[in-house]
Write a protein that binds this ligand. Sequence first.
Ligand code: APR
Ligand code: PHB
Length: 391
Amino acid sequence: MKTKVGIIGAGPAGLMLSHLLHLTGIPSIIIESQSREYCEARVRAGLLEQWAADMLIETGAGARMQRECMTHSGIHISFGGALHDIDFLQLVGKQVTIYGQQEIVKDLIAQQLANGTPILFEASNVRLEGINGSHPAIHFTQDGQEQTIECDFIGGCDGFHGICRPTIPANVLTTYEREYPFGWLGILAQARPVADKLIYCSHPNGFALFSMRAPTLVRYYLQCTPNEDLNAWSDQRIWDELETRLGGTRPLERGPLIEKVVAPMRSFVVEPMQYGRLFLAGDSAHIVPSTGAKGMNLAFADARVLSQALSAFYRNGTTNLLEGYSRTCLDRVWKAQRFSWWMTRLFHSLPRETPFDSSCRLAELEHLVQSEAAAKSLAENYAGLSIDIKI
Ligand code: APR
Ligand code: PHB
């Protein structure tokens, strides 16, 4: 097989890259290790910055999202038994969109297949060759057959555990990492959301987040240990703990649980995000702790920058945008890392937190809800820093 851009991974980064390339007339092929059903069922975050929702709509991939999403003009913050409102629309004129990542994945997969872009699911033993030269190749096995795709460029969109990043010689890469001494226990449940917006709670027992997917589907999280034993958490205990951390600020409706998971928290960046003809995008190059809801938005931002650079290359042979890819992406990545780390530190209680540290956190939360300047900084980062989304 031959194509211009070979893309490894059918997550938000790979699918968005393929979608944007198609719009500028650049063909691509996506190679994915999992089945289509698996990719479409994987529950992840579900919050889009304003520009990311706008980009889906403006590029013709947002029709179902527009029908089914929930638009939020801000968030609530709960601590000390009181609920506070941070109104993004008033502060920075932007909103955020609630729409599950797996719904976006479904929409983009359907659109790409309809466009005629091949997505080769259940590919195994994926290897890259010649990323340093001008004719890289992707080898893999599908249905017991050895296959090869020859291409001009490779999009390394295969997530944190993929093979693209490890293909780059280790001495070329610098890794920045922070592990947190806690994780999130997440549930998906059939119940009406506790409020009209997300609630971020700081409580002496730990952080809790009240999010949602639909008018009768909620996504709630509890701070827990990084390898918390789920068996110790009955449905009843989860609901009771959510209620405790909500601190009586809203009545909590309970309902049947559909999913229960524990996820670790990590900050991770690799620099540079490119090597020869291989360009990393999304989780393969960086991970943010979930608190700021930046994962999918960063994946879309990388795909945007890469599609612009590739489109300039094929249109007029210029390579300056490709050469600057990593630098351009990392500018946004580090701002998102800074913000995600800040939100995480502000809302979570550390094991063995000193009274001095918890008093400082409380003072910062109070400042955040009392100072328009502080609230504006949160709003500006949460609703999304500006980005050029013109095709
Ligand atoms: N070969 C082919 N595909 C692979 C391989 C491989 N060796 N390894 C992993 N993959 C696939 C995974 O199965 C997955 O479908 O690559 C895809 C990567 O998708 P994501 O992990 O969703 O990463 P990304 O597209 O960068 O999106 C980032 O996803 O993890 C969330 O919270 C994160 O919202 C963020 C977003
Ligand atoms: C989610 O709905 O899954 C979600 C929302 C906001 C976050 C993290 C996760 O900060």
